[in-house]
Design a protein around this ligand. Structure first.
Ligand SMILES: [Fe+2]
Ligand SMILES: [Fe+2]
Length: 159
């Protein structure tokens, strides 16, 4: 894969008809674009910016997956186990790509990471997330900000 290829962007056809989940998905696309931009420009603060973006990405992943999984569990969603397995596999891929970057210091790994995020999301949203359309709705999904979800601050207020 040519890592200089432009990243895909979120488009309306990726909507799952749940506003907060569409917001989460769009945030991933923006963050991947930011990572790609930072990796492409030489900036004195590049390493710091990349580490900051990586930390946010890890938090977004944790928070977003929790949001979906909790809502699916509450709705007795039939394909919850498969969905969790797909989330976990992706999170593992992200973790190992980040580890590769930190070990090697190769900026190319950050381009790989941003493409991994966007390419996986496009396939996952169209495939697995699309299957909960109509089951997860604006009414039954916890819509507090990602940072609350990731920090586990949702426990007592959980839907
Ligand atoms: Fe999702
Ligand atoms: Fe998902």
């Amino acid at each position: 894969m040519n890592q200089t290829n432009p990243l895909s962007e979120w488009t309306e056809d990726l909507s799952v008809n749940v506003d907060i989940i569409d917001d989460d998905h769009q945030a991933f696309f923006r963050l991947a674009a930011l990572l790609n931009d930072v990796a492409s420009t030489s900036d004195d603060d590049q390493t710091y910016l990349i580490e900051t973006a990586i930390n946010i990405l890890e938090e977004y992943i944790e928070g977003h997956f929790l949001r979906e999984q909790k809502a699916m569990a509450k709705a007795d969603y039939a394909y919850l186990a498969e969905h969790i397995a797909a989330h976990d596999a992706f999170a593992d891929q992200v973790t190992s790509t980040i580890q590769d970057y930190r070990k090697s210091g190769e900026i190319e790994r950050i381009h790989t990471l941003s493409h991994l995020v966007v390419d996986w999301l496009c396939i996952h949203i169209r495939g697995m997330d699309a299957q909960y359309k109509g089951i997860l709705t604006n009414e039954n999904v916890d819509d507090r900000p990602l940072v609350y979800m990731a920090a586990g601050l949702d426990t007592e207020l959980a839907l």
